[in-house]
Design a protein around this ligand. Sequence first.
Ligand code: PMP
Length: 467
Amino acid sequence: MTVFATAECTDALLPVVGAGLPVPLVTGASAPYANLDYAASAPALRAVAEHLATALPYYASVHRGAGYASQVSTALLENSRSCIGRFLGAREDDLVVFTRNTTDALNLLAHCVPRGGSVLYLDIEHHANLLPWQRRGDVVLEAAPTLRETLADVEAALAATPTALLAVTGASNVTGQLLPIRKLAEIAHRHGARIAVDAAQLAPHRRVSLTESGVDYLALSGHKLYAPYGTGVLVGRGDWLDAAPAHLAGGGAVREVGTTGTDWATGPARHEGGTPNVLGAAALARACEELATVGGEALAAHESALRQRLLAGLARLPEISVLSIWPGDAPDPTGAPVHSDKAEAAELEDDSIGVVSFTVAGYHAGWVAAYLSAEHGIGVRDGRFCAHPLVGKLGLAADGAIRASFGVGSTSADVDRLIGALHGLLTNGPAWEYELVDGRYRPVADPRPIPDFAGPRSAVTSPCQAG
Ligand code: PMP
């Protein structure tokens, strides 16, 4: 059996920190780390790390500092804000608000929806774009078996009930499938609603523009966009944000404070109380600049080549099933768009980013992930990816699935190693034994050391960490 695709090799598009990092295997050997977990947290771009090394000596307080370093840091923060806005095609009057991450950005937006306004969201969302709305008592819509039917259901729901906001993901963190955000924006606006897109997975993998798509709000995280320094953004219409109570009440969010009342700032400052994360903002801006140099087409082509290679390899292993949100749109095992009519496919944005989730018959997902790491030095994610309703709907509430995800630093060699490791497992079985400890599989008597700088191996596990 041919395990590897014979298609042309794909190299990394941009250099990332940690490429080729040697990691220990349980057998005593070591292997270059194959990072196939970009959808959880992507590695830093080398350009981002270099930019921060340049900026760090000038790091100082921002906005009110008179010192030279404060002036440099203030310029860096505010220029980073403008750069991120430009990258995301922000309109003239859109605000770019720095947040901790996407979760924080969507929670901020949830308390800015005008009083009494209802929000419509789908049951396929990551918890970050589900729980803020569920907690407010908003309206959840079950995704239908096909994308086309789902769009019709969204339209019907918006027509039936006055809605302030439609909140959808741009790309699924479970299956990588894109949602047609331009079309959804048209539908929402036709019914007087705004649209917020959870771009945590979309923005690192496809160019997205508020102006061109008509989307009202975008939320994203730096750590998925090759800038893992603790910053995210909410970008979009200023009116709701200026009218809402400050997200974090504290210094920086105010113009004047008395003992009995406060004059709150407007603009981004209103929601950025406390000392801002200047270096996180600079990192995110530098990552945006670097992605812009690659261009959207090259970004999409790189991921599409890797995705097709992976899907073709997985299709040769009959024990493996690949997940799809829309069971009525049966996924093509070669990764080709489901809709053969090109115009229809383009209209529906019938395409996927570099995220593929699958199950292996006869093996628990967590067991497979432990095996891939311990015996092959491959990092993937397993579980329910903080999307419990979707994974439950796919019939995997008990065991979850395995997710391989990639991006600009990934190569065809990474993909081939995953396919080879799965083929090896299904042909020869594992070389080590694994045990279930506190709900996670791990190699019995794991001999792999953790480097000194990190301290002892952590025993902390969570059923739902940053899916
Ligand atoms: N939305 C999606 C689609 C995601 O994949 C994630 C992270 N896995 C989030 C939101 C939340 O991102 P963060 O943990 O950075 O807040």
